[in-house]
Design a protein around this ligand. Structure first.
Ligand code: PXP
Length: 250
């Protein structure tokens, strides 16, 4: 077994459902069900389930999170932007963890990390409210020492280092610099006693590079697993990713 935990992001199971049923949410034909998918992921060995409730509700819906909250056996990590409406929702639903991410309506997916330095005040208030409700908080940040320090100063339990640029650089074979940044950021966060997670754009090929980043506790992976599931089934896709994560030395 790998000592690195896998959080499976199931947003794109909901994307597929919404592609057909966005205007007919009550339909008995609505499928696929992200809650059923979450259960398959857990049985295949996932250590947690991740879902992003976006303010435009393009994939995951409020009801999905409420049902996930009731049914999952591992842990629920709710990804969300720092807006009053979504923060209130999180305080009502009480996921095990919240990962705060920047969110722009026009983006296809989360494009960059949070700027914890300029948003210190707004983030600080939200982090405190969530923690008081018993929710562990993570901040999704770019791998820079400045962002790591700012996150540690806020007293969050975790950071999630943005691996999207590494994933892009890997396809051009120019990953060295980005990998070095991730390695330094992971070391710094760990020295500050902040749990280090990583995510975004990780797939079955570039996962080899992730083994070179020290001090990681968890990877959050969505698109590549759900895409692979179309060919091999979701349980197998999760197991294959877990196999690729095995023997991580930290
Ligand atoms: N982590 C964060 C903070 C994200 O915003 C996303 C995308 O929703 C992921 C992980 C998963 O990224 P991917 O779907 O590229 O694996």
């Amino acid at each position: 077994m790998s000592s690195l935990r896998l959080g499976v992001n199931i947003d794109h199971v909901a994307t597929l459902r919404q592609a057909r049923y966005a205007t007919m949410p009550q339909s008995k034909n609505a499928e696929p069900d992200p809650v059923a998918a979450a259960s398959v992921c857990e049985r295949a060995g996932a250590g947690g389930i991740v879902a992003h409730l976006r303010s435009d509700r393009r994939h995951i819906q409020d009801r999905d999170i409420e049902r996930l909250r009731q049914s999952i056996m591992t842990k629920l990590n709710l990804e969300m932007g720092n807006t009053p409406e979504i923060v209130d929702f999180a305080l009502r639903t009480v996921p095990d963890e919240v990962c705060l991410v920047p969110e722009k309506r026009e983006e296809v997916t989360t494009e960059g990390g949070l700027d914890v330095i300029t948003q210190h005040k707004e983030l600080s208030a939200t982090v405190k409210r969530l923690q008081l409700a018993g929710i562990r908080v993570s901040l999704f940040i770019d791998p820079t020492l400045e962002q790591v320090d700012a996150a540690a100063e806020l007293g969050v339990e975790m950071v999630e280092l943005h691996t999207g640029r590494l994933a892009n650089a890997f396809t051009e074979k120019i990953e060295k610099e980005e990998l070095e940044k991730l390695r330094a950021a992971a070391r710094a966060a760990s020295e500050s006693k902040v749990q280090v997670n990583a995510g975004h754009g990780i797939n079955y090929k570039n996962i080899a590079l992730i083994h070179q980043i020290p001090n990681l506790t968890e990877l959050n992976i969505g698109h590549s697993i759900v895409s692979r599931a179309v060919r091999v089934g979701l349980g197998t896709a999760v197991k294959e990713m877990l196999a690729a994560m095995e023997n991580y030395r930290g």
